[in-house]
Design a protein around this ligand. Structure first.
Ligand code: PPS
Length: 297
């Protein structure tokens, strides 16, 4: 960061209907709730750090037949809109950006299912949810809080994990987030993806997304998309690696946005005691849900 760049104050978290949200997002939530999508809009929902950028890139590429040029036409944050984004971190809020985009728009949200604008269900918009195992999510979120200088102060790792377990981080409990969409997936025709499945067999998951979106691409085009959306290629692509984002907000000398992209990095962060306590708490909150998360491949 150069000396004349101002330091962005870190966000505070405020409760909205029982969910903690960054203050600059909470203040406009009524307008977000009233958003009226077009039936052709595609919603990508996820708890933070679960692979929403990856999924958004795949969807945008599917809509453009894996054409390299069209997918490099603009940063991923311009090609796809972040619904509840405020204009504090971006030049335009998500709602402002959406007004300037033509359907079908790819719209990302971190909102839990009960806060998703009802218009998405009324218009029967295609909705893709991507979930990532809790331990890798909290690790990724921790590093993100360090590099995103506008996010709330992360504090030490130990207390960050504690906050994650108790729904005290932005967007609330991970547990309720993943369960909320899981329980509604059939009723609302949601495609429920797992980050770990995408790592394990990206082609299979790209094809699932393609079919869900009622698209039909050639085997070659699908192959291109799988290749262009590998972690390595998205990390090198200036339109997906957030090098376009202001460094006074995302300081990538602290940690890259495209940081590691692995399943099982939690093993490098959790002590055996932390892992055991986390598992015990997880069991209590997740037992009934029976969601097949993988914490290693
Ligand atoms: S955000 O800020 O909430 O929108 O973050 P999100 O995009 O949902 O998740 C970021 C994590 O996803 C990883 N990522 C990928 N992993 C594998 N392959 C590809 N192509 C890919 N693209 C993004 C990214 O590196 C973050 O995870 P970590 O574990 O921090 O590396």
């Amino acid at each position: 960061m150069s000396e004349n760049q101002t330091v962005m104050p870190r966000a505070l978290l405020v409760p909205v209907k029982g969910i903690l949200l960054p203050d600059h997002i909470a203040k406009d939530l009524d307008a977000v709730s009233a958003f009226c999508p077009h039936p052709s809009d595609i919603l990508i929902a996820a708890f933070p750090k679960s692979g929403s950028t990856w999924t958004a890139e795949i969807v945008d590429q599917l809509l453009h037949n894996g054409d390299v040029e069209s997918c490099r036409r603009a940063p991923i944050t311009v090609r796809t809109a972040f619904l509840e984004a405020s204009n504090r971190l971006r030049t335009k809020s998500g709602l402002h950006q959406l007004k300037e985009m033509a359907p079908p728009r790819v719209i990302k949200t971190h909102l839990p299912i009960q806060m998703v604008p009802v218009g998405f269900w009324e218009k029967k918009c295609k909705t893709i949810y991507v979930a990532r195992n809790a331990k890798d999510t909290v690790v990724s979120f921790y590093h993100f809080h360090h590099m995103n200088l506008a996010s709330p102060e992360p504090g030490p790792w130990e207390s960050f994990v504690h906050k994650f377990m108790h729904g005290e981080l932005a967007w609330g409990y991970w547990h309720d987030h993943v369960k909320g969409f899981w329980e509604e997936q059939e009723k609302r025709d949601i495609l429920y993806l797992f980050y770990e499945d995408m790592k394990e067999n990206p082609r299979r998951e790209v094809e699932r997304i393609m079919k869900y979106l009622d698209l039909s691409l050639s085997d070659d085009d699908i192959g291109h998309i799988v290749e262009l959306t590998t972690f390595k290629n998205m990390k090198e692509n200036p339109m997906t690696n957030f090098s376009f984002f202001p460094p006074e907000i995302y300081n990538q000398s602290i940690s890259k946005f495209m940081r590691k992209g692995e399943v099982g990095d939690w093993k490098n962060h959790f002590t055996p005691e932390q892992s055991a306590a986390f598992d015990e708490d997880y069991e209590k909150k997740m037992k009934q849900a029976n969601i097949p998360f993988k914490t290693e491949l």
